[in-house]
Design a binder for this molecule. Sequence first.
Ligand SMILES: *[C@@H]1O[C@H](CO)[C@@H](O)[C@H](O)[C@H]1NC(C)=O
Ligand SMILES: *[C@@H]1O[C@H](CO)[C@@H](O)[C@H](O)[C@H]1NC(C)=O
Length: 322
Amino acid sequence: MSTSEKEIKVLLFGLGAIGGFYVFVLGRNENVSLSVVARSNYQQVKEHGLRIESQNHGDHKVNIDQVYKSPDEITSAFDYIVCTHKAVNPSKVPPILKPATNDNTTFVIIQNGVGNEEPFRTTFPNNTIISCVTWVGATQTSPGLIKHTKSEDMQMGLFPNPKLNSDLEQQRLNTFATLLATGQTIFQVEKDIQIKRWEKVVWNAAWNSITTLTDVNTQDWLASSPEAIPVTKHLMHEVIDIAIRCKVPLDHSLADGLVDKISAMPGIFSSMHTDMKEGRGLEVDVILGYPMRMAKELEMNVPVLSTIYALTTAVNGRLNKL
Ligand SMILES: *[C@@H]1O[C@H](CO)[C@@H](O)[C@H](O)[C@H]1NC(C)=O
Ligand SMILES: *[C@@H]1O[C@H](CO)[C@@H](O)[C@H](O)[C@H]1NC(C)=O
C-alpha cells in the first residue's frame, strides 16, 4: 500500500475555537490529510496558519494541509467531515457540503443542542453520522489563534443509520476514535450518545437562554428573586420530560444536580450570551427549538419552555436584523 492509499482524508467545517482545537488534535496524526473550511479567519489561516496555546498541551503551530474558503472549491470526497460550525440555521449547512462527500463519507457533528443530526440524515441518507458532545473550553482570541483552558472532555457515539451495516458503522466510529486517541485528547465512546446530548441541553436551555435574556450572570440570576431557582428548575424538568417522551432516559434528579453545580461555581455567562453581545445569530433552534417542536408533536404542556423559547427567538430575530 502506498502512503496515499493509507491516508485518511479529513475536512473540518467551521474553524472557530472548538474547531481549531480539534484540528490541532487531528493534525497530530501522520496518516491524516487535513483540510479546513475557514470563513472569517480564512485570510489569516491561509497565510500564517493556525496556532494554539493550550494549558494542557502547550503551544503549537497546527498542521493543516489545505485551507478552503468554501466547500464549492472542493472537488473530491473526504472520509470524515467534522462539523464544528455554530448551529444557527441548522438545515442550511448539509446541502453545501455535497461537493466534499460520497457514500463513504462519515459526518462527525461536534455541536451544542439536540436534533442536530436530522438535517444531515435528510441530505445524506446513506452516510454514517457520529454525534459528539464536547466540554472543551477554548476561545479564538484573534483570527488564527486559539487559547485552550484546562477543560477538555468529549463524549461521542453513533447516530445509527438503519440502512447501513452496523459493523461498518462501528468500524468508522473506531477509526475516528483512534484519530482522537493519537491526538491525545480525552473522550469516551457512548452506547447512547443522545443521553449526553439531552443532559447538556438541559443545562444549556436554562443557562444560555437566561443569561442571554437577562444579561446577568448565573450567580446574580440565582440571587435575583425567590422565583429564580423554582423557575429554572421548572424549565429543566420540562426539558427532561420531553427527553423521556423522546425515549431518552434522563432522570429528574438531574435538575437539582445542575442547579447545585451552578450554585457552587462563580457566576458565568454562556456562549449564547457572547453571541448576543457580539450581534451574531443564536443557537436557539438546537437548544430550545427542537425540544419545543418535540413537545408540540407530543402535545405536551411546557409553559416555561414556551415562554423562554418565544423570548429568546425574539432576541434572535432582533440580532438577525442587525
Ligand atoms: C466506498 O468504499 C467501498 C469499500 O472500500 C468501495 O468499494 C467503494 O468504491 C467506495 N465508494 C465510493 C463512492 O468511493
Ligand atoms: C442512497 O442509496 C440508494 C441506493 O441504496 C440510492 O438509490 C440513493 O440515490 C442514495 N441517496 C443519496 C442521496 O445518495
